[in-house]
Design a protein. Sequence first.
Length: 148
Amino acid sequence: MALSRDIEKLRRTELFSGFSDDQLRLIAFTVTRLSADQGDVLFEEDAESLGAYLVESGTLTLEAGGRSAGIAGPGSLLAEAALISAIPHRVSAVAAEPCALLLIRRDQFLRLIEEYPDIAVEMDSRLRRNFSEMVNALSAVKTRLSDF
């Protein structure tokens, strides 16, 4: 039951939405379930990431440079680039209330894509698309700021 629930949670994220049932099942086998109480720090800004975090329930407050950087609630996938690269967290994440999360550990995910190249191909396509969308959004912001 938990495995099928994890598969559905993964499927609802933008990053994994186009993956096949078999691919999602393999990814779901790698997740670690975490819980956090109100006030618990999930990760700190500039700390090395372990992987990506999927918020299953509850809310996290995000901070960068001591300032609010938003909130993450159910369905939010944090640090998706950390699935393939040991990058530092750009924000700190603190539980605003009790939370349940799924951690997709980078080391396990990298082993998975070595064994199943079709997952690597799909992941590469998704990350490239997400990066392209981010660059386009930043270009739009640059254009708006240049008007001032």
